[in-house]
Write a protein of this length. Structure first.
Length: 130
């Protein structure tokens, strides 16, 4: 279950507890992986495992791979890449960085530019840099 943090703690615990007890009523075995982007506290009865957030070095490595796959070499300016890493580290959500990469590329295309640069004043700069 992705984005499990959108449930309140009580609802999350109730859902997990009910699913894990399903074998008693329905004779089924079940395993659950619930991913959250925030530290939702669950009862230890549910066997929650905490995975720490990516640090900035991990974010850089992951985004470099995405840029290599999604853009031609030399299209992404270092300054733009660094800004996207910085914004991603602030919100701790790689989906946001993928969105920023995508929209930066679309905006560069819209402007008929062959390079994604901070100076182009992309939509995300207006929304997130100022």
């Amino acid at each position: 279950m992705d984005d499990f943090n959108f449930l309140d703690d009580e609802a999350a615990n109730d859902i997990l507890y009910a699913l894990l007890k399903a074998h008693e009523e329905y004779a089924v075995k079940i395993g659950i992986v619930a991913a959250t982007t925030e530290g939702v506290m669950l009862d230890m009865e549910t066997g929650a495992i905490y995975f720490p957030l990516y640090d900035e070095e991990e974010i850089v490595d992951i985004l470099r791979q995405r840029v290599k796959l999604g853009f031609f070499e030399g299209v992404m300016a270092n300054e733009a890449f660094d800004r996207i890493v910085e914004l991603t580290a602030k919100v701790c959500d790689l989906r946001f960085s993928i969105y920023l990469l995508r929209m930066s590329g679309i905006e560069a295309e819209r402007r008929a530019s062959r390079k994604v640069e901070v100076e182009l004043r992309f939509f995300w700069q207006r929304a997130y840099l100022h």
